[in-house]
Design a protein around this ligand. Structure first.
Ligand code: AMP
Length: 458
């Protein structure tokens, strides 16, 4: 087994890794670090949870340390583009963690916040700049940022960039970079347009592909619960009766849905926070910090807001609605299987989501165990009596669930072991759900970025 000490990394990096308790590189780190240390371009097919951030941060920091020079004014030695503010912040934090003994400056720049602090940070020059594309492009167009002396360029989560419409801004940013540079390119999937972009950017890249989607999928204990849409709320409340659901990310398809689900959880006494694109930066940071600190049990999120969020010890992922794109299913459940750990994922599937479930099973090449909770009278006996949370549109059906549902499938395993209307702690039995097999706690979460939209360690 390769150890970090076998890779020839700077001693001060090894010291920081030892602080983190990391001794063995993950597969992507073993494969990527030596080539990147040598200055090669890299094409990495990997998703979050594989250790990909350290796979590029460690060799980059090693190279910076081996060739110390002042950061260029208004520019940076290393530029990392990330699709979301959360991911950008996390990458910045990783650089700070691994580079804590090296003394390089790091800054994170993203949109939705004032420009002043960012312009100030850029003016002095930054060793490692992590940015979202839109805001960086603004700074470039205003000539507040100059990339002509950037030595290393990293594009992270390229497929997500495509989804968010960032390909044009990225091409514009790349036009500001010098021809002579090292390029690292990461994507979880390789749609055509991303393959094309990689082809344009990379020269003779080292190709590393890890954790093909099935690998993460295999580590997660998954199940699907068939349920009528209007009763999802009650089913979710029931899941939280299980004390094992201590740190849970709940996915919804829409921003409004996220708020609604968070409110309905609060209503049954489950502390919850929601996170999505309509929330201010401050609100998002607060929600994440509360979740990390264990002050709220549930973080209700949309796909984009949650993508890349790296929170250790997420016990369960609940998909309140199945995603429209099957790949998102894999990303979602990956939130609970961090760095080789196992996790648990439960997905609600209403009748009109059956086709989405079929697509997911096709893409992940697996049959997910299903349990039928439709027409389950025990479910929601308590919550049904409660009024809808404030500001919530009633979602009750115009007519009661059809009988035919009960005949199809008739919830077999799910009911085994369920006491008659048993209360607290019954969730596991009702769902047939096994808790995640995890080692010790996560610990060591870094503080969220400050509200200025830029932080640097100068
Ligand atoms: P990433 O794929 O970069 O989002 O990393 C996923 C998680 O794995 C992060 O919490 C990292 O801190 C952690 N991690 C990265 N490398 C290692 C390693 N070699 N050993 C243990 N944990 C790691």
């Amino acid at each position: 087994m390769t150890q970090f000490t076998d890779l020839g990394l700077d001693k001060l990096l090894l010291k920081a890794l030892a602080d983190e308790g990391y001794s063995q590189p993950t597969p992507i780190q073993t494969q990527a670090i030596p080539g990147v240390m040598d200055g090669r371009d890299l094409l990495g097919i990997a998703q979050t949870g594989t250790g990909k951030t350290a796979a590029f941060a460690l060799p980059i920091l090693h190279r910076l340390a081996a060739d110390r020079k002042p950061a260029p004014r208004r520019g940076c030695r290393v530029l990392i583009l990330a699709p979301t503010r959360e991911l950008a912040t996390q990458i910045g934090e990783s650089f700070k963690t691994y580079g804590r003994y090296l003394g390089f400056s790091t800054a994170v720049i993203f949109g939705g916040v004032k420009y002043g602090a960012q312009i100030k940070a850029l003016a002095a020059g930054i060793d490692v700049l992590v940015a979202t594309p839109g805001r960086l492009l603004d700074h470039l167009q205003e000539k507040m940022a100059v990339l002509s002396q950037t030595e290393i360029f990293v594009l992270d989560e390229a497929d997500q960039m495509l989804d968010l419409g960032f390909l044009v801004p990225i091409r514009k940013i790349v036009a500001h970079l010098p021809k002579q540079r090292q390029n690292l390119f990461f994507s979880a999937t390789m749609p055509n347009e991303i393959g094309k972009l990689a082809g344009e950017l990379l020269k003779d890249p080292l190709k590393v592909s890890v954790a093909p989607q099935a690998t993460t999928v295999e580590r997660v204990n998954q199940q699907v619960l068939y349920i009528e849409s209007p009763r999802k709320r009650a089913l979710l409340a029931e899941l939280f009766e299980d004390k094992a659901f201590t740190r849970v990310i709940v996915f919804t398809r829409t921003k409004r849905g996220a708020d609604r689900v968070a409110r309905s959880l609060e209503q049954v006494g489950v502390e919850a926070a929601s996170i999505h694109g309509d929330k201010s930066q401050g609100q998002r940071e607060r929600a994440l910090a509360q979740f990390k600190a264990g002050e709220v049990r549930a973080l209700v999120a949309t796909d984009i807001a949650a993508r890349g969020i790296d929170i250790d010890s997420v016990t369960h992922v609940v998909q309140y609605e199945l995603p429209n794109v099957p790949e998102a299913y894999v990303h979602r459940i990956g939130r609970t299987a961090r760095a080789g750990a196992n996790g648990s994922a439960v997905s609600f599937c209403a009748d009109d989501e059956r086709n989405l479930l079929r697509d997911i099973q096709k893409v992940t090449r697996q049959t997910i165990p299903t349990f039928d909770r439709r027409n389950d009278r025990q479910l929601g006996a308590m919550t049904a009596a409660m009024p809808e949370p404030a500001g919530v549109r009633a979602e009750r059906p115009a007519h009661p669930p059809r009988d035919s549902h009960a005949k199809r499938g008739g919830r077999p395993q799910a009911k085994s072991g369920q006491g008659k209307g048993s209360g607290g702690g019954g969730g596991a039995a009702k769902t047939g759900f096994r808790g995640p097999k995890r080692g010790g706690g996560g610990g060591g979460e870094a503080a969220p970025a400050r509200r200025t939209g830029v932080w640097s360690n100068r």
